[in-house]
Design a protein around this ligand. Structure first.
Ligand SMILES: NC(=O)c1ccc[n+]([C@@H]2O[C@H](COP(=O)([O-])OP(=O)(O)OC[C@H]3O[C@@H](n4cnc5c(N)ncnc54)[C@H](OP(=O)(O)O)[C@@H]3O)[C@@H](O)[C@H]2O)c1
Length: 250
C-alpha cells in the first residue's frame, strides 16, 4: 500500500485563474504542489516562493491520459489533498449555441471529473481530502449559462453523494463553490459581476475553507447566500430577478 505524502497537494487546473492562485498560495506555505492542466508552459510559470513544484501536464478529458496521470502521481506517494479547478464556460442563449461548445462544457465540467474520481478509486489513490470545484451557478438555473450551470448543479449533487460514500473510507470530500472571480473564464461575461474577487482573494478563501470540517467551501458569502435565497423562492419570482440581475450590459 502506498503511503500518503502529507505535504503533497495535487492541483488540477493549476495553469490559470483560481487553481493557479491556490497553487501559489500553497507553495508560499511550504507545500509540495503537483500542478496539472493541459498547458505545460503555463504550469512551469507558477511562482514558487517557498515549497516544491512538480508539473504533470495532461488533458482531463482524455481517458488514457487521466489514467496515466493518476498512476504517475500515485507512484510519487498518494497526495494528502487533491484539488480540482478545471472548467470551461461559453455563455450563450440556446439559439446561439455551437454544439461543439456544449459538448466540451459537459465533458470538461462533468464527465471528465466522474472519470477522474473513478480512476482514483480504481487505482487505490484515495487522498485525505478531495475537493472538486463547482460554482454558485449550480444553485439555480441562470440565463445564458445553461450548460455550464447544469454541469455545476450535477457536480454539486455528485460531491454530496461521494462525501457520504467516501467519508467512511477516511476521505474528506468537499465542493468548492466560488462566486465571481476575475479570471480568463469570467472575462467573457457580458454583464456586471457582483462582489467580484481577485484570484488571490479566492485562493485565500479557498485555503481557509479547506482547513474547516464543513462540506462546502463558498465565497463571497453575500453572493452565495443571496443565490441560495433566490433558489428557495417560487420559480416565477426567481426567474424575473435572475433575468434582471444578469441581463444588464457591462
Ligand atoms: N472565475 C469564476 O468566477 C468562477 C466562479 C465559479 C466557479 N468557477 C470554477 O472555478 C474553476 C476554475 O475557474 P477559473 O475561473 O480559474 O478558470 P480558468 O482561469 O479558465 O482556469 C481553468 C483551468 O482549468 C484547466 N483546464 C481546462 N480544461 C482542462 C482539461 N481538459 N484538462 C486539464 N485542465 C483543464 C485550464 O488549464 P489548461 O487550459 O492549461 O488546460 C486552467 O488551468 C472552474 O471549475 C470554474 O468553473 C469559477
Amino acid at each position: 500500500m502506498k503511503l500518503i505524502s502529507h505535504q503533497t497537494i495535487w492541483i488540477i487546473g493549476a495553469s490559470s485563474g483560481i487553481g493557479r492562485a491556490v497553487a501559489e498560495y500553497a507553495l508560499a506555505r511550504g507545500a509540495h504542489v503537483i500542478a496539472s492542466a493541459r498547458n505545460r508552459e503555463n504550469l512551469e510559470k507558477i511562482v514558487n516562493t517557498g515549497g516544491s513544484l512538480s508539473v504533470v501536464p495532461f488533458d482531463l478529458t482524455d481517458e488514457a491520459a487521466t489514467r496515466n496521470a493518476v498512476g504517475q502521481v500515485k507512484a510519487l506517494g498518494i497526495p494528502a489533498r487533491i484539488l480540482v479547478f478545471t472548467g470551461t464556460y461559453t455563455p450563450a442563449a440556446v439559439q446561439e449555441w455551437q454544439w461543439a461548445d456544449v459538448q466540451t462544457t459537459v465533458s470538461t465540467n462533468l464527465t471528465a471529473l466522474l472519470h477522474f474520481v473513478h480512476q482514483l478509486a480504481q487505482q487505490g489513490c484515495l487522498p485525505q481530502q478531495l475537493a472538486l470545484t463547482a460554482s454558485v451557478a449550480g444553485y439555480v438555473g441562470l440565463p445564458n449559462g445553461q450548460p455550464y450551470s447544469a454541469t455545476k448543479a450535477a457536480l454539486i449533487n455528485f460531491c454530496q453523494s461521494l462525501r457520504s460514500e467516501w467519508q467512511p473510507l477516511g476521505v474528506d470530500v468537499k465542493v468548492i463553490n466560488p462566486g465571481f472571480v476575475k479570471t480568463p473564464l469570467t472575462d467573457k461575461n457580458p454583464f456586471p459581476m457582483p462582489f467580484l474577487l481577485t484570484p488571490e482573494q479566492a485562493a485565500a478563501a479557498t485555503w481557509r475553507g479547506l482547513q474547516r470540517s464543513g462540506f462546502e467551501v463558498t465565497y463571497p458569502k453575500r453572493l452565495s447566500w443571496g443565490l441560495k435565497l433566490l433558489a428557495a423562492l417560487p420559480y416565477g419570482v426567481y426567474g424575473v430577478l435572475a433575468r434582471r440581475m444578469l441581463s444588464k450590459p457591462r
